[in-house]
Ligand binder design. Structure first.
Ligand code: F6P
Length: 369
């Protein structure tokens, strides 16, 4: 397969920002410019195409060697992103005040044609790649690039953004150890990750946590309290408990902060519950730290920069080869292409029989079960 007909391609970044987005933009832009194609960035996911009137400089901006210079190490995305107003489930207020969701993807397809965009590189997580797949089904040429700090996308060994988030969380755990030890406290640390426990598990193990609670293993706080008491008896007198935002008690539900039409539910609040209950169960001074959006910020690690650059360049190679409807995936030592449809709607959870979980157990880390 080959494709000599491409003249103008677009890049869109959607969903929560993740360190490495700018590296993808730079690599994809340079690889495309080097093939003689024109490149544009769509502002804020697909909003730039859907609502151009909202952008004084235009909803679609040219990406040139100058605009992508010096951005590899920068967090965030120079073209903006959004995780609201999904065009497949666009929220519309009805005359009776109710909000219903409508599919506006046909309109979006027309806007691509209006801007003479021949192909799209869509960089995002499950939500954005589901939109990308729908656009592909409607005839747009699309290549997906997997992004999320949560690492919960199927079909790729890892997503970019995850390594930076875990590295930062480990740094925080190292710092929290000193206060925990000096004051003989229990420090509860809530981390993001949505319905998967990748960040909590990997940061917790690398950061020497004593208990790690993940969505894949509903927890019983009695077992965490026993672990804390055992540590006290052994003379450690402090404990670090890492809680994934999607963790839930045995027989209980996930803690949701907000539900809104056209947007994924916002998780959070479990750390506070765990902090209060552990304080009551152990009688120890307990403190909560919610790392939240700090995990999404900062400069991407060397690992994230490199896979983001590799993903961006691979997306352009895929277009040049005439591929369509596929996502770039990491399959060490190389990158491969998988159908977009196979990567979406299927969350990659932490495997309970995997060696990372076994490592946690062998180290004596309590997983709340
Ligand atoms: O998917 C990335 C993520 O940071 C999740 O870990 C978290 O649940 C969610 O996005 C938070 O979204 P928002 O930026 O809308 O608060």
């Amino acid at each position: 397969m080959s494709n000599k007909n491409l003249k103008r391609i677009a890049i869109s970044t959607g969903g929560g920002d993740a360190p490495g987005l700018n590296a993808v933009i730079r690599a994809a832009t340079l690889a495309a410019l080097n093939r003689g194609w024109e490149v544009v960035g769509i502002r804020d996911g697909f909003n730039g195409l859907m609502f151009p009137e909202r952008y004084p400089q235009g909803g679609v901006v040219p990406l040139t060697r100058n605009t992508v210079r010096g951005i590899t190490h920068l967090g965030g995305t120079i073209i903006g992103t959004t995780n609201r107003g999904n065009p497949l489930r666009f929220p519309v207020k009805m005359p009776n005040g109710e909000v219903c969701e409508v599919d506006r993807s046909d309109e979006l397809i027309q806007r691509f044609a209006l801007h003479e965009i021949d192909a799209l590189i869509s960089v995002g997580g499950d939500g954005s790649l589901t939109i990308a797949n729908a656009l592909y089904q409607k005839g747009l040429r699309v290549i997906g690039v997997p992004k999320t700090i949560d690492n919960d996308l199927d079909q790729t060994v890892i997503t970019f953004g995850f390594d930076t988030a875990v590295s930062f969380a480990v740094d925080c755990l190292d710092r929290l150890h000193t206060t925990a030890a000096s004051h003989g406290r229990v420090m509860v640390v809530e981390v993001m990750g949505r319905y998967a426990g990748w960040i909590a598990l990997e940061a917790g193990i690398a950061g020497s946590a004593d208990a790690i609670l993940i969505p894949e293993i509903p927890y019983d706080l009695q077992s965490v309290a026993n672990k804390i008491r055992e540590r006290d008896r052994s003379g450690a007198n402090f404990s670090i408990v890492v809680v994934a935002e999607g963790a839930r008690p045995k027989g209980g539900t996930v803690s949701v902060l907000e539900r809104e039409a056209g947007k994924a539910e916002r998780l959070g609040g479990v750390g506070e519950k765990v902090e209060k209950e552990l304080a009551a169960l152990t009688g120890k001074e307990t403190r909560l730290v919610v790392l939240g959006h700090l995990l999404r910020g900062g400069s991407p690690t060397r690992f994230d920069r490199l896979i983001a650059l590799r993903f961006g360049a691979a997306a352009v190679r895929a277009l040049a080869e005439g591929q369509n409807g596929v996502m770039v995936a990491l399959d060490p030592p190389t990158v491969k292409y998988v159908p977009l449809a196979s990567a979406t709607h299927r969350m990659k959870s932490v495997p309970l029989d995997g060696d990372t979980i076994l490592t946690a157990r062998d180290l004596g880390i309590c997983l709340g079960d």
